[in-house]
Design a protein around this ligand. Structure first.
Ligand SMILES: [Zn+2]
Length: 307
């Protein structure tokens, strides 16, 4: 099976303060572990502005451009920073995810993994937050619908944090099913089970600290994946966060690296049924470098058809 890997060196040019968990070394480590794998490699293009404007108003782009420093760092909030290279990095993140959509829908690859940073799933319509500037996976989902003419897509988010930004960007669009499992209580504090979207198109599964793989697997098998099958998406997006690992400093779940492969296998089984295995996965969180690398290796190996 052909799996595309899309990344760009500009994603290494987004700097954060010393000691910040979302750091350049994350992507270096991810790229190093993927280095030996048989993947179809692509440079992430810049997204077109119109592709970002599907999910953010012009005022958001303007605010980020005005805040972006020519040198040093600017804090947008206590967690979220801009460096001189941040905007290009964020534009390339969206470009990478869109390129994944083009490759998979064009038949050049069956699956795609966008190895990019900063992450995106906390960015709300007009608010950068939680290390995130643009709603990368939401922009890619809207692109698949509006540009490629798909009728329905699903976004599956297994990051330990709730994808509040993705939910904000897609909850009023019945063409998109957004499903998230996440630890609660935890940043950003959203993602209660009663948050179900304007058209019952949002599925939130909050889980307590200490959640292990059997519990998470049950949540996906009983709650999330049946909803995906019923929705019958024509493409599946994954917000792939690896901070459910037991070693992660920001999360309190207890997954092992191999469990990310097992979860990806279940997602791929449903993707095969629904949409010929067409999956575009976008890197979100994961802040223990060794756990992140091991989790990504398991995830991408299964995207490639390995088990
Ligand atoms: Zn996270």
């Amino acid at each position: 099976m052909v799996t595309a890997l899309i990344t760009h060196s500009a994603c290494l040019g987004h700097d954060t303060p010393p000691g910040h968990p979302e750091r350049v070394e994350r992507l270096r480590t991810v790229l190093a572990v993927l280095d030996g794998m048989d993947l179809q490699r692509h440079e992430a293009p810049m997204a077109a502005e119109a592709d970002i404007l599907r999910v953010h108003p012009e005022s958001h782009l303007r605010a980020l451009r005005e805040a972006a420093p020519e040198e040093g760092l600017v804090a947008l909030d206590g967690d979220t920073f801009l460096s001189p290279g941040s905007l290009e990095a964020a534009w390339r993140c969206v470009g990478a995810a869109l390129k994944g959509v083009d490759l998979v829908l064009g038949g050049q690859a069956q699956t795609a993994f966008a190895a990019v940073r900063p992450p995106g799933h906390h960015a709300e319509r007009e608010t950068a937050m939680g290390f995130c500037l643009f709603g990368t996976v939401a922009a890619a989902a809207k692109y698949a619908l509006d540009h490629h003419g798909l009728a329905r897509v699903a976004i599956l988010d297994f990051d330990v944090h709730h994808g509040n930004g993705t939910q904000d960007l897609v909850e009023d669009d019945p063409r998109i099913l957004f499903c998230s499992s996440h630890q609660a209580p935890l940043f950003p504090g959203t993602g209660a089970a009663h948050e179900t979207g304007a058209d019952d198109n949002v599925v939130n599964v909050p889980l307590p600290a200490g959640t292990d793989w059997p519990t998470l697997r049950r949540a996906w098998n009983r709650t999330i994946l049946p909803r995906v099958e019923a929705f019958a998406p024509e493409m599946i997006f994954i917000s792939a966060g690896f901070d459910c690992h037991r070693a992660d400093p920001l999360g309190g779940m207890t997954l092992e690296a191999a469990d990310f492969g097992l979860l990806t296998e279940r997602i791929m089984e449903v993707a095969e049924e629904c949409c010929g295995g067409r999956v575009v996965s976008v890197l979100e969180g994961g802040y223990d470098l060794a756990a992140l690398a091991a989790g990504v290796a398991e995830h991408v190996n299964v995207l490639k058809g390995g088990a």
